[in-house]
Write a protein that binds this ligand. Structure first.
Ligand code: SF4
Length: 398
């Protein structure tokens, strides 16, 4: 039987990641040569310190590397200090906290004392002419100058702390000024970010991350492509945070996120990701890691290939695959195939390192690198034998 090529290497070689600067958020690097980071956001009232701490701990245990918290007021910002202390003292947990700021910079000044990063939404603050829907070109320029005046002292403070900022625009909250000029379009989204980036750059502050989110994955994809291109043309190498906002519940939210984030990752864009689900934030984390694994951008667990089963299946493949995943799910970089039968030959295992294949009713055949290693193993003993085989070959590296 002809061996399949190991496709790990060939696909990795095709990936060219957009070059970005490294931005340090607490002890976690985003961009540069760092792994693509996984983040989420709490949905508690940040002032409810015990509930917020509990949720952060759950998210961290699930694998979150950065946590964003809503920070509406200086009081919310001060809660970050206490949250950090409890995480450190009670849980020995040093996870970077990001203060999410909208409407006014007042809480941002307080938050920068305690947070590891700030997120500001250009669409939702710094407006002169608040409530106005139509702008003459003179008023447009005046509004931009007003934003610059607001940001100037803020940037000076940021320089003292050297705290990173994410300029994060949402499709649903573009300013009326941008909406009038560009419409609710990818170009409008990009311009909303670029206005701020130009000001930050002018005042020589480059400790920045950028994001454009939309609940429509196609808009989000197009806008991020345009953002990367525009930044490249302007000599900006800021890391990009990817996410489909308000993706929703269950499989719909997961599908939208996978499309939006996955397509861009495959194109080499994205340095950190968040999957936004209408579920507990810790549920977002496994989806992030699955997207990174499936796009081969960050391998953190065993890769499983399992057949869909059919009338030829020789064992309860769903049950057995779950059991195998439970026991062998954390062998980073290993590819394991679980196949109901061998009708299409070992080639169907698509370059798996190990194969668990139905040989006859109740009997399993084990493969290694496409070659049969052992036949006719009783199904009740096959999983243990597979584990032994992996250990014997030095591949047991949890
Ligand atoms: S591997 Fe065998 S059992 Fe699985 S789908 Fe293909 S033919 Fe059916």
């Amino acid at each position: 039987m002809k061996k399949q090529p190991m496709n790990k290497k060939t696909t990795t070689a095709l990936w060219s990641r957009r070059k970005t600067r490294e931005v340090m958020v607490g002890g976690v690097g985003i961009g540069g040569r760092n792994a693509i980071r996984v983040q989420t956001m709490t949905n508690t009232d940040t002032k409810d310190i015990p509930a917020t701490v509990e949720q952060i701990v759950k998210c961290a245990r699930a694998g979150a590397e950065l946590i964003r918290l809503t920070t509406q007021t200086p009081e919310h910002a001060r809660a970050l200090k206490k949250i950090k202390e409890i995480l450190r003292q009670k849980y020995n947990l040093e996870i970077p906290l990001i203060a999410d700021i909208h409407f006014t910079l007042t809480p941002a000044y307080e938050a920068m004392k305690w947070a590891d990063k700030l997120r500001i939404n250009p669409g939702l603050f710094g407006h002169k002419f608040a409530g106005k829907k139509s702008f003459t070109s003179k008023e447009y320029q005046e509004a931009l100058s007003a934003i610059e005046e607001t940001l100037k002292p803020f940037i000076e403070k940021l320089k003292e702390k050297n705290i990173p900022v994410r300029i994060g625009t949402n499709h649903g909250s573009l300013s009326p000024r941008i909406l009038e000029k560009y419409g609710n379009t990818p170009l409008g989204l990009v311009e909303s970010v670029m206005e701020y980036l130009r000001i930050f750059k002018k005042y020589d502050y480059n400790n920045l991350v950028v994001a454009i989110k939309s609940s429509d994955p196609l808009v989000m994809i197009e806008a991020n492509r345009l953002l990367a291109k525009t930044m490249d043309e302007n000599g900006m190498d800021y890391p990009i945070h990817l996410g489909v906002t308000e993706a929703g519940l269950a499989e719909d939210g997961r599908a939208k996120s996978t499309i939006g984030i996955g397509v861009l990752l495959l194109e080499g864009l994205g340095d950190t990701i968040r999957v936004s689900l209408t579920e507990a934030p810790e549920k977002e984390i496994p989806v992030c890691y699955s997207i990174l694994q499936a796009t081969q951008r960050r391998i953190t667990k065993t890769e499983f290939i399992s057949c869909p089963s059919c009338g030829r299946t020789l064992f309860d493949i769903e049950k057995v695959t779950k059991k195998i995943k439970e026991k062998l799910g954390n062998l980073k970089g290993l590819k394991i195939a679980v196949m109901g039968c061998i009708v299409n030959g070992p080639g169907e295992m698509a370059g798996a390192d190990y194969g668990y294949v139905g040989g006859a009713p109740g009997k399993i055949t084990l493969y290694r690198k496409g070659e049969v290693v052992e036949k006719n193993i009783d199904e009740s003993k096959a999983l243990e034998r597979l584990i032994e085989l992996i250990k014997e070959n030095g591949d047991w590296n949890p």
